[in-house]
Design a protein around this ligand. Structure first.
Ligand code: NAD
Length: 430
């Protein structure tokens, strides 16, 4: 099939490369001229495991353009993968989604399926369809097909989804979608066929559940701190309950990224707009913002006690295996510390360039773990990259002014770290 993708971000590019790998011919379109120029030269503009290899392997079936007309004409199925960031009021900003709809209306001829893969509030597919009806005589069916991949594991997730959810208004677009995913459906990945609104809210429900699960364990961890209990043990026991399961139960500095925060806000916003006042999700959002800086007073107090003023951040990306720093908990904590005049050194395996764009010279960027701790008073583990798991604290301690570890992801064994002469602070670790 000929398929076009609008938006070459994490979702669009992964979708394009993976669909090319299924054997489809794929045209990827973006309004970002620089991004497309890089892609045309074979450079992936962000870090995502396995994506470069996949793009190279499928380069014959994958091409890039900034020309919307070319993309609309090329594809039988058109995937809308543009960003849907948070507006000031918490609602999803759908400007880019509708810009693609308008381009489709302007250039489409014959029959097309326009697939909303971006995360959009319930009611958006219906609005897109109505807009198309007004703007074009071409036959275009809108389909909702939300994406559930995780950044850092996106290529694997796209190829091994737990489910494919398709909200379609009729048999015809549904059959085309089955053709798009033929390879995956053949491997017995369940296909959930439903209406637009149900498909759209399923994506929000998925993310709101995970954000709530993380916040739940973080609140338990904070209570563990207060009562002198160990959340690691609590988590282990909780996870053994098959009704709960162990995933997304690691207490720490909260969640970030371009999805959970904006999606939980957008879900609350659309609910309110439709007359339902949500209770749980605004609380999860507010709680998570507080959790990002939960360690801040402890860090300030410990720095005062040792008479120091320099900290080292390990990890700046919102989670491991990505260069994405959007809404990263590390940044919220870092900004709090900078505001108090604390000097910050930082090391991240891939996110330093992104961080530099945002933070400029306010931070000392380091190219190794060893360099990052030189002359520092405290290590703050903010992102649990594998690189930070097996650390020789005894050796690193010799490079530091004082030995403090703030384990924002509860990765380390407090006793082992203490044996190397460090003071250890975790989240809910007594
Ligand atoms: N990142 C994730 O892990 C993830 C997972 C599932 C769903 N989603 C959802 O998928 C959507 C895209 O997310 P992302 O992380 O890939 O975003 P992103 O910000 O990385 O990429 C969006 C891209 O769209 C481009 N764009 C904007 N307007 C355009 C237009 N009119 N025509 C063509 N391109 C345009 C931008 O230039 C950008 O390259 C969002 O709705 C997001 O919530 C993201």
């Amino acid at each position: 099939m000929n398929i076009s993708i609008f938006g070459t971000g994490y979702v669009g590019l992964v979708t394009g490369a993976c669909l090319a790998n299924f054997g489809h011919a794929v045209c990827c379109m973006d309004v970002d001229v620089q991004k497309i120029a890089l892609l045309q030269q074979g450079t992936i503009p962000f870090y995502e495991q396995g994506l470069k290899d996949l793009a190279v392997q499928n380069q014959k079936r994958l091409h890039f353009t900034t020309n919307a007309e070319e993309a609309v004409c090329f594809g039988e199925v058109l995937f809308n993968c543009v960003g849907t960031p948070s507006r000031g009021d918490g609602g999803a900003d759908l400007q880019a989604v509708f810009a693609v709809v308008d381009a489709v209306a302007h250039f489409a001829f014959g029959y097309k399926v326009l697939v909303n893969k971006s995360t959009v509030p319930p009611g958006t597919a219906r609005e897109c369809q109505e807009r198309l009806k007004k703007l074009t005589k071409a036959e275009v069916d809108v389909v909702s097909n939300p994406e559930f991949l995780k950044q850092g594991n996106a290529v694997y997730d796209f190829n091994h989804p737990d489910k494919i959810v398709i909200g379609a208004p009729a048999e015809k677009p549904l059959h085309l979608m089955q053709k798009v995913y033929h390879g995956l459906i053949k491997t017995y990945i369940p296909l959930i066929e439903t209406d637009w609104e149900t498909a759209e809210i399923t994506k929000y429900a998925n993310n709101a559940f995970l954000a709530t699960k993380i916040s739940f364990i973080n609140e338990i961890a904070n209570i563990c701190d207060a009562v002198g209990a160990d959340v690691k043990v609590v988590t282990k026991a909780l996870g053994m309950d098959q009704r709960i399961g162990p995933k997304f139960l690691n207490a720490g500095m909260g969640y970030g990224g371009s999805c959970f925060p904006k999606d939980i806000r957008a879900l609350s916003h659309v609910a309110k707009k439709k007359g339902y006042n949500p209770f749980i999700f605004p609380a999860v959002d507010a709680f998570n913002e507080r959790q990002k800086v939960h360690l801040f007073p402890k860090i300030m107090q410990a720095l005062q006690e040792v008479g120091g003023n320099t900290v080292t951040f390990w990890g700046l990306s919102f989670k491991p295996k990505t260069s994405d720093i959007r809404e990263a908990p590390a940044l919220a904590l870092l900004e709090h510390l900078l505001a108090q005049g604390v000097s910050v050194r930082a090391f991240d395996p891939v996110a330093l360039d992104e961080a530099r764009k945002l933070l400029g010279e306010k931070v000392t960027y380091c190219s190794s773990i060893e360099e990052s701790v030189m002359g520092s008073n405290a290590i703050i583990l903010a992102t649990e990259w594998d690189e930070f798991r097996n650390i020789d604290f005894a050796a690193l301690g010799k490079l530091m002014k004082t030995r403090l570890v703030f384990d924002g992801r509860n990765v380390y064994d407090p006793n082992l770290v203490r044996q190397d002469g460090f003071r250890y602070y975790g989240v809910g670790r007594r």
